[in-house]
Design a protein around this ligand. Structure first.
Ligand code: GTP
Ligand code: MG
Length: 424
């Protein structure tokens, strides 16, 4: 993974408006008065997110933050429905968690390659007058305007999906290990905080074992959960791993104290992470300092109930044994924990049906409400029958009663959405 690492993004998605329905009548030779033939508008384009397995950052969404799908086309005579607006797909990496920015509601957790999530529904096409024909009104002069498309700000957060997380203090040898077990080429150096953003590598052990994904994150230090160092921003990336490899620096004077300190950070960050199974590994076994410390480290780690292993990434000593231990542990572990249950997407929420009535200082009455505003937006005010229908709809939903109860008087201005009426 090269370049700056972005693991959060805010984007605006706007679905297309539905096309308007039209009023038209059939014109045929020898038929004096043809029936209604106004077609309906086409649906506005939807906006989807889609998992692109080639991606591993959200950086592309920092350059472009606004996405709009096409509007539906208007209907036409001869009962012709307008064309639908084209849907758009915004690619995101696997592991993208999607929330409504305003409410914080979880909309989805995108994991599988190709998986899609509808994030803004295109507006329905307005019905043409052909759709309003009834036994009592055979020549309706009414047509709806297209429904506005949904629009919202989304908050995206990337939680990398790896089976195994490499954790440890800076310089412990995490990136070095990743570089010898996978094709990943992370930066390696003998100073702390070499790694500034997570790296992923795929380990292919042999035909007997499925490949697994290992995430290397920046080193952790005491106080990481309070924002010290870099590690805390990245702990979220190991939150969804199934197993941790906890590396202890073979050159550290106190590897066991390091072990306690890192575990305390994990616990402070999340109890679930503290309970994640660990394989504890002393590194740099090609160096005499590490060899000297190994017996005491092994005894204490095992006493605490963890498997203890020792490796040298330089000579390869112990590395294969470690990978087998990881593969066997993974085979027995459950699939990665989900974030939380996403809220099921419903275009018209219960609270969208409610509305409020307010009066502005200048005396104008304002009616707010998602559904009511939609009804108004879909009314074609050039058509008397359309206006009459809106009046019935507002009456049926209690809007007119509510205005009256609030004290509206003839001649007052009432605003709903973008339309102003005079109360009569
Ligand atoms: N001799 C020896 N040196 C090692 C071994 N593994 C890592 N090193 C060295 O230890 C230093 C730190 O290694 P890194 O892999 O960058 O450590 P890290 O844990 O990723 O460090 P941060 O990214 O800063 O958290 C480098 O100089 C490595 O060459 C090893 O097995 N033997
Ligand atoms: Mg590193």
């Amino acid at each position: 993974m090269k370049g700056t690492f972005y693991d959060e993004a805010r984007i605006f998605v706007q679905a297309g408006k539905g096309g308007d329905g039209v009023v038209a009548f059939r014109r045929e030779k020898y038929v004096p008065r043809g029936g209604p033939a106004g077609g309906s508008g086409g649906r506005g384009g939807h906006v989807y997110l889609r998992v692109n397995p080639q991606m591993n950052t959200l950086s592309h969404l920092h350059h472009r933050t606004h996405f709009r799908a096409q509007n539906g086309r208007h209907g036409s005579g001869n009962n012709k429905t307008g064309a639908s607006g084209k849907d758009i797909y915004i690619d995101v990496p696997p592991g993208t968690v999607v929330r409504d920015d305003e409410t914080g509601d979880l909309l989805g957790d995108l994991v599988e390659p190709g998986q899609t999530l509808l994030v803004a529904r295109g507006g329905r096409g307005g019905r043409g007058n052909a759709a309003f024909k009834s036994p009592t009104n055979r020549a309706p002069r009414i047509a709806e305007r297209g429904e506005p498309g949904e629009a919202r700000w989304l908050r995206l957060e990337l939680k990398l999906l790896a089976d195994v997380g490499l954790i440890g203090k800076p310089n412990a040898g995490k990136s070095t290990l990743l570089s010898v077990i996978s094709r990943a080429r992370p930066k390696i150096a003998d100073y702390p905080f070499t790694t500034l953003s997570p790296n992923l590598g795929v380990v292919e052990l042999d035909d007997q074992h499925p490949p697994f994904v290992v995430a290397d994150i920046p080193g952790l230090i005491e106080g990481a959960h309070e924002g010290r160092g870099l590690g805390d921003q990245f702990l979220r990336h190991v939150e969804r791993t199934r197993l941790l490899i906890h590396l202890l620096d073979g050159l550290s004077p106190h590897p066991l104290e390091d072990f306690e300190a890192i575990n305390a950070e994990l616990a402070a960050y999340s109890p679930a992470l503290a309970d994640r199974p660990q394989i504890v590994v002393l590194t740099k076994m090609d160096l005499p300092e590490a060899r000297e410390r190994w017996p005491a480290v092994k005894a204490e780690i095992e006493r605490q109930g963890y498997p203890a292993m020792a490796i040298s990434a330089v000579t390869g000593e112990g590395v294969r044994a470690l990978l087998y231990a990881v593969a066997h542990a993974l085979a027995k572990l459950p699939p990665p924990p989900a974030v939380e249950t996403p809220k099921v997407y419903r275009p018209l929420e219960e609270d969208e049906r409610t509305f409020t009535v307010e009066q502005e200082p200048d005396g104008t009455w304002i009616v707010h409400g998602v559904e009511v505003e939609r009804l108004v937006a879909m009314t074609n005010f050039n058509l008397d029958e359309g206006v009459a229908r809106l009046q019935r709809q507002l009456a049926a939903r209690g809007v007119l009663d509510a205005l009256q109860a609030a004290g509206v008087r003839p001649g007052d201005t009432v605003r709903i959405g973008e339309v102003e009426f005079e109360w009569r």
